[in-house]
Design a binder for this molecule. Structure first.
Ligand code: NAP
Length: 279
């Protein structure tokens, strides 16, 4: 059994990105730029944005945060996005969610240029991913695939089961695994027999938000188990998988914390670099 060290893998990926940015900088005197739009004072968003900014700076990305009070108008934000879309120093634009109620999330996401959409939320990127074409892919599923491929390079013919069908995690995860020639099943809250479906998985990805939902007897022996969940139980953070009982049955498993989480930010940096290179 292998515990997948997401912290170490994320650090390796960040080092690789830094090296590439250093070399691009010495050739072209230019570095990627990431602009985050942060609206309001929601405490977790403040922390996420601070971490993203710090990580971006560490690899040499020129990072910038545009802050608005929670009562900013939609018009003002849209105008800002238009300016950022046309700014050649900005490679990637990230809209930190959630947004206040007066701002239409769909309108804002659709306003970001698909070429600068480092979160992979724009319909054009969603469509390209589902057509099997090149696309900017949401950072968390991208990080999950990276970790899965650290364990097994060739995923062709594997049966992947994904618990959760969100646009953020479950659906793009399914598209990525389909592209890898997996047989993919998505299960969700209306699935009849969750346990039986999960038992078919060579690769099981849990992106649910229910603490320790996946038990030892839901998991096929020697499967790869990826836990996306972040659940607060008392003063501890736990995943969607009952790690202590599942770990010995799996071939490889991600812990929470220290598994998928660190990869999400590393993949944001990767997407920003990819946007820069594509221009
Ligand atoms: P979400 O939008 O709430 O989607 C959850 C999905 O799980 C839905 O498809 C839902 O089914 C399904 N579900 C809920 N309860 C279920 C149950 N008892 N049995 C089977 N399926 C069930 O959540 P999300 O945004 O994808 O996030 C999922 C988890 O990942 C959360 O814990 C979140 O905090 C975490 N997360 C982690 C990272 C990271 O970097 N590690 C990033 C983002 C999110 P229905 O569609 O039928 O409602």
């Amino acid at each position: 059994m292998m515990i997948i060290d997401g912290k170490k893998e994320a650090e390796n990926l960040r080092q690789k990105i830094k090296k590439e940015i250093d070399s691009l900088k010495s050739k072209n005197k230019k570095v990627p730029g990431l602009t985050v739009i942060l609206i309001g004072d929601f405490a977790p968003s403040q922390i996420y944005v601070k971490n993203k900014e710090k990580s971006a700076k560490e690899v040499g990305i020129n990072s910038n945060v545009v802050r608005y009070s929670k009562d900013v108008t939609e018009e003002e934000v849209l105008k800002k996005i238009e300016g950022l879309n046309n700014d050649t120093n900005v490679s990637g634009i990230l809209i930190q969610l959630p947004l206040p109620p007066q701002i239409n999330k769909k309108k804002i996401i659709n306003a970001v240029s698909p070429k600068k959409d480092v979160d992979g939320f724009h319909p054009m990127n969603v469509g390209n991913l589902s057509s099997g074409h090149d696309a900017l892919v949401p950072c968390t599923p991208l990080g999950c695939l990276y970790l899965i491929k650290k364990v097994e390079k060739n995923l062709s013919g594997k049966h992947a089961v994904i618990i959760g069908r969100s646009n953020l995690n479950g659906k793009p995860m399914a598209q990525l695994l389909l592209k890898e020639n997996c047989t993919v099943t998505i299960v969700h809250s209306k699935t009849k027999d969750l346990k039986q479906e999960c038992l078919k998985a060579d690769i099981l990805v849990a992106a649910v938000g229910v603490a320790k939902l996946v038990k030892e007897d839901w998991v096929k022996k020697n499967s790869i188990v990826i836990d996306v969940g972040i659940n607060k139980v008392g003063d501890k953070i736990v995943g969607d998988v009952d790690f202590d009982t599942v770990k010995d049955k799996s071939r490889a498993i991600t812990p929470v914390p220290g598994g998928v989480g660190p990869m999400t930010i590393a993949c944001l940096l990767k997407n920003t670099l990819d946007c820069f290179k594509a221009r």
